[in-house]
Design a protein around this ligand. Sequence first.
Ligand SMILES: CC(C)(COP(=O)(O)OP(=O)(O)OC[C@H]1O[C@@H](n2cnc3c(N)ncnc32)[C@H](O)[C@@H]1OP(=O)(O)O)[C@@H](O)C(=O)NCCC(=O)NCCS
Length: 125
Amino acid sequence: MIQGIGTDIVEVSRIEKIIEKWGPRFIERVYTPGEIEYCSKKAFPAMHFAARFAVKESILKSLGIGLGKGLRLRDIEVLNNQEGSPFLQSNDAVKEVFRRRGISGVHISITHTKKYAQAVVILEK
Ligand SMILES: CC(C)(COP(=O)(O)OP(=O)(O)OC[C@H]1O[C@@H](n2cnc3c(N)ncnc32)[C@H](O)[C@@H]1OP(=O)(O)O)[C@@H](O)C(=O)NCCC(=O)NCCS
């Protein structure tokens, strides 16, 4: 059964400017080492960082919670399987929120152009 859906679109240039201004301070506050490694080795890292930002906000949206309500952006980790498909790597904070709400599965889809990155998230009960 579908428990929730969330979507978000992020302007890649917005993330690019924040990274230029704040560098590692921003990146390490928002992204996990696995995400940083994945995005950094891409030809246009900001596009992939923006996509992951969109996923993180989409997860919060799908849960119906805002920032500061139990999860931090860095708790939400997006990795890619061998085929390139994105998946959520849940840390303990995420697992606890999902356990309380009876969420058994999370589906993520990402798309991006040089201008925009978009994510869709579906939560399954
Ligand atoms: C999935 C696919 C259609 C993406 O289409 P695209 O128009 O090139 O790119 P989009 O901007 O729409 O989407 C890119 C996102 O698709 C996702 N994606 C990549 N491969 C995927 C797959 N096999 N299944 C689902 N999603 C996939 C990723 O999240 C990627 O963003 P990210 O690298 O920041 O995580 C394309 O990558 C594809 O045909 N993949 C088939 C599998 C493949 O060839 N894998 C090669 C790697 S081993």
